[in-house]
Design a protein around this ligand. Structure first.
Ligand code: DC
Length: 227
């Protein structure tokens, strides 16, 4: 029987690598909820809502005009985000979005707007979803919950290399600072902060490679399937 897998954790701990690996291995759908918060942030920037400080009321009001979808892209071999029918997968990874997304993610109306869509996407199971509040809020009944963590310096280095390889160079210290700021905002916000729920399996991948982490996660999946 297909199960539902929730993956939460700090930024740049390899949640999406893990989620993609599992989805491919199990033939499940992968839903990247961080991409959806990034999509709302890009929308807010484009609407000019970040001129001085974020116009929260304006953003909430404009949500009804915003449509987010994932579609499979042959060239990239994965599903990518569309904002009102425009492919924005690359733009949502830029630092102009990364620097502002945590603030957007504190807005309860934005969270409600996205959580509702995320729950609808997962209702038939066979899904791997990653984010910050998946095991706690979006899918509290998920069959397997994984909480990912890693040493902050290793995370910064990985993120730095990832941005370089995508042709979006940033200094290591800027990456470090952005991660620190996001950790603080993600864990301290009032609505749906990042928490390690009691029934989550903790995966610290500071010292293990993607193959080893996949093996470990698959052993947890098999355990659940065996019950
Ligand atoms: O996973 P990511 O780095 O793409 O997420 C971008 C931001 O969105 C991150 O700073 C926290 C926020 N986020 C959230 O609040 N809840 C989620 N379920 C996913 C992401």
């Amino acid at each position: 029987m297909p199960i539902t897998i929730a993956i939460d954790g700090y930024s740049s701990t390899g949640k999406s690598t893990m989620a993609r690996q599992l989805a491919r291995e199990l033939n499940y759908r992968y839903i990247d909820t961080g991409a959806m918060y990034r999509g709302v942030t890009l929308w807010a920037i484009r609407q000019g809502l970040f001129e001085k400080k974020l116009d929260v009321a304006g953003l909430i009001e404009s949500l009804s005009e915003l449509r987010l979808n994932f579609k499979y892209d042959r060239d990239q071999g994965q599903s990518v985000l569309f904002l009102n029918d425009e492919m924005v997968e690359n733009e949502i990874r830029s630092s102009k979005v990364a620097d502002r997304v945590s603030e957007v993610a504190t807005i309860s109306e934005v969270r409600r707007f996205l959580v509702e869509q995320q729950q609808a996407m997962a209702k038939d199971g066979a899904v791997v979803m990653d984010g910050r509040d998946i095991g706690s809020v979006v899918l509290p009944d998920a069959d397997l919950k994984i909480f990912m963590t890693a040493d902050p310096e290793i995370r910064a280095q990985r993120r730095f290399e990832e941005l370089q390889s995508k042709g979006m160079p940033e200094t290591l210290s800027a990456v470090r600072q952005n991660l620190k700021m996001r950790d603080e905002m993600d864990t301290s916000r009032a609505d749906s902060p990042l928490v390690q729920v009691e029934d989550a399996k903790v995966l610290d991948n500071s010292e293990i490679n993607p193959q080893e982490q996949l093996k470990l996660a698959l052993s947890w999946v098999r355990e659940i399937e065996g019950h």
